[in-house]
Design a protein around this ligand. Sequence first.
Ligand code: NAD
Length: 371
Amino acid sequence: MDTFELIEKNDHEQVVFCSNKLVGLQAIIAIHDTSLGPALGGTRMWTYKSSDEALKDVLRLSRGMTYKASVAGLNLGGGKAVIIGDPNKDKTEDLFRFFGRFVEGLAGRYITAEDVGTDVEDMEFVRMETKYVTGISRALGGSGDPSPVTAYGVYVGMKACAQELFGNDSLEGKKIAVQGAGSVARYLCDHLAKENAEILVCDIYEDKVKAIVDATGAKAIDHEKIYEVDADIFAPCALGGIVNDDTIPKFKFKIIAGGANNQLLDEHKHAEVLLKEGILYAPDYAINAGGLINVSNEFEGYNQERALRQAETIYQRIQQIITISKERNITTHDAASRLAEDRIRSISQVKQIYSGVSNFSGRLGETATRR
Ligand code: NAD
C-alpha cells in the first residue's frame, strides 16, 4: 500500500518523519486522533527492518492509544512514536535530544513517554528539549513506575468479571493462573493474595517466580503448561498473542483478565472464538489502562493515591463493556471499541457546539463594512 493510503486508512491526523544524519536519528511520530485531547503515547525503539515496517507499527500503535485513552475516560488522544535502531547499541544523548526537538516542534499536539526499548533515562534526555514528555522519574516530579497502578486496574477489572460470572466479585478461593512474574504480576499477586485467592504463577525465570511465591504463598507452575491448568481465571501478564488457535482449545478458564498488551493474536477472530466458548475476556487495553492513567496524572502534579482512585473506575468500564457486549450480542473486544468511538463522537460534538457558540457570540458585535 502507498504511504498516503496507509496514513489515510485509519484517518490519522498527522504523521511526522524525523531524520537527522548527524546523530543517526530515524523516527516517525504518528498522531491518530486529538478529538479528546493531546495525543499521548510512548516512544518505541526497535530494529525495524524497513521504514515501511516502522510506519505500519506506529500507525497501528497510535490508533490503539486513541481507543485506550477514550475507554479509560481520559481527556487524551492517541499517538505514538518509533525510533528505528537497536536499543542495546544505538542509544545516545544526542539521539534523544534531537528526537525531543521534533516532539517540541509539535507544540503539545503529541506528548511522549517511555515504551519498549526506551526508559526513564532516555526520556530525561528528551525532556531537556521539550516539556511534552511524561513517564519521568519520581525524583524529577514524574510518575515513575506505572506497574502498581496498572496492576490495581487489572485487579479491579478482574473483580468486575468475577461479579458477572460468579454473581459476586470476591476472588477468595478462586484459582488464578498468572503468566509472567514481572512488575505488573508482582503487584497483582499482592492484591490477589490479600483476598485469599489461590495463585498459580509462572515465568521463564525461576528467580522471578520464587520472589512472588515467597511473598504471597503462590504455587509455581511450569510456564509451558499454563494454558492447560485447571483454573478459574487466566491473567496474562507477559507476552502478546498468547490467545490463539493453539492455546484456546486447551483453556479451562472462565475468565481472561490480565495486564499484557495485544493478548489476542487475531483481535476479531479470537474474540469471537472466546465468546462462542463462553470465556469472558476483559479487553486488554481497557483493563491495563492503569499505566496510561498513571502517566496522565503527571499533568496535575503526580499523586499516586489519585491515580489509584482513577484506576478504580476500570471496574465500571469493564462492567459497561460487558453490558454493551450482551445487549448488542458482540464480543467484549468490539464492545470496548464501540464505547471508545461513542465517547470520541459525543465529546467532539460537545466541542463543536461550544466552538460554534463562541464564534457566533464573537460575531454579534461586528459590523459589516462592505456590502
Ligand atoms: P516485565 O518485563 O516486568 O514482566 C514480564 C515478565 O514476563 C518477565 O518476567 C518475563 O520473564 C516474563 N515472560 C516472558 N516470556 C514468558 C513466557 N513465555 N512465559 C512466562 N513468562 C514470560 O513487564 P511488565 O511491566 O510486568 O508488563 C507485563 C505486560 O503488561 C507486558 O505485556 C506489558 O506491555 C503490559 N503492560 C504493562 C504496563 C505497566 O505498567 N508495566 C502497562 C500496560 C501494559
